[in-house]
Design a protein around this ligand. Structure first.
Ligand SMILES: [Zn+2]
Length: 377
């Protein structure tokens, strides 16, 4: 059982929203959070900000989750009616062949397609050993000419998202000792696209909802930001932070679950289902050590398992947020996620629940004096 709204996670993850084309997601999110927010602000990149005022107007806490997902754009239409494409965000060539995508035309029509390349039967043995790169792939939309594709409404620049649907997988974790089962624990996994980072946007939304519904008192002003264009350079967080001018930041993101075969633990130390993580380093930010330790202590006191993590190969919205004006101490709370930047990721919903709980408690505990203590020399 989870306490957050799985339905809204499903709806947002299935929605269309590659970087720069997040409208549909934002409309759904706004509709959901509206009843719980004191005010809804927006910048001119498309980032939405839901505010929740505490008992006194103390420090401004910015919580951010990005709503864009990795996707593609049409770069040309061949005379035979195939689409060439470029990526929005980072895609690994190996994850792409034979995957389904959906193109959205400017009229809003959704056209399915399959990423493909010339078949292995026609390439020689030497070439077959090589990786097929994106430049040598195309998208088959079933058309036989450029005119046919154009008649469907497809143009250069049209965005595409991975075509995959949200699912719930129920599993039972089993612990064995001397061939005897000594423990059974039911877990609920979510499988689908765009957990990076609709999951973070949903946690942000749920925090705003809970403050209202459970009448949680706190001495701060919370700004829950659903940022845009993170995957192409942390863009929406930059404008949103300039607008909010936060005193303290919390970014909710996917973390790389290192519990799949072949991973060196020093590169990805977190495991799915073992609790949310706190990033001790990411490419664009090193968290303020006092703030980081405050979060670790809060989790300990709450009995929430918290994994220590680091991400040497990626940056988050905490980059621009922590550099707002004179600086804004920030942390990244992660949810270990398998197979990010692919058609299907996996998360354990218990980790999502615990991340939301931890953030709510941080909002309760942070106040003017505590926030100031993080940076006093
Ligand atoms: Zn992300």
């Amino acid at each position: 059982m989870t306490e957050f709204n799985i339905k809204i996670l499903e709806e947002l993850c299935n929605a269309f929203g590659p970087s720069g084309f997040e409208w549909e997601v934002q409309v759904k999110l706004k509709e959901y959070v509206q009843p719980f927010a004191d005010e809804i602000l927006q910048d001119r990149t498309g980032t939405l900000i839901f505010t929740s005022k505490g008992d006194i107007e103390g420090p401004k806490i910015m919580i951010a989750g990005h709503v864009d997902e990795v996707g593609f754009q049409v770069s040309s239409i061949t005379k035979e009616g195939f689409l060439k494409f470029h990526q929005l965000g980072g895609w690994w060539d190996q994850t792409l062949l034979s995957q389904r995508v959906v193109v959205r035309t400017s009229e809003g029509k959704l056209i399915p397609g399959i990423i493909s390349a010339k078949p292995p039967h026609v390439v020689d043995a030497e070439e077959r050993k090589k990786i097929v790169t994106k430049d040598n792939m195309f998208i088959d939309i079933g058309c036989a000419s450029k005119a046919e594709a154009e008649e469907l409404g497809i143009k250069i620049g049209d965005p595409m998202m991975p075509d995959s649907k949200f699912e719930i997988w129920n599993r039972t974790r089993i612990k064995k000792k001397d061939d005897e089962i000594v423990e059974r624990k039911d877990v609920t996994l979510a499988v689908g696209k765009a957990f990076d980072d609709r999951m973070g946007a949903v946690i942000t939304a749920e925090v705003i909802r809970k403050i209202k519904e459970e009448n949680i008192s706190h001495p701060n002003v919370v700004y829950g930001a659903a940022t845009v264009q993170e995957e192409i350079g942390l863009r929406g967080a930059k404008t949103a932070a300039q607008m909010i001018k936060p005193d303290i930041g919390i970014v909710v993101e996917v973390d790389i679950a290192g519990d799949v075969p072949g991973i060196d633990e020093s590169k990805a130390p977190t495991k799915m289902g073992k609790g949310p993580s706190i990033m001790t380093y990411e490419l664009a930010m090193i968290p303020n050590p006092r703030y980081r330790d405050f979060v670790i202590k809060t989790a300990e006191e709450l009995g929430i398992p918290l994994q220590l993590s680091l991400m040497t190969g990626g940056a988050t919205d905490a980059g621009p947020i922590h550099l707002t004006e004179l600086g804004c101490p920030s942390i990244v709370i992660g949810v270990p996620t398998r197979h990010i930047h692919a058609h299907n990721g996996i998360i354990d919903l218990k980790d999502v629940d615990n991340a939301a709980k931890l953030i709510l408690e941080l909002i309760r505990r942070l106040d003017k004096e505590t926030v100031e203590s993080f940076t006093k020399i």
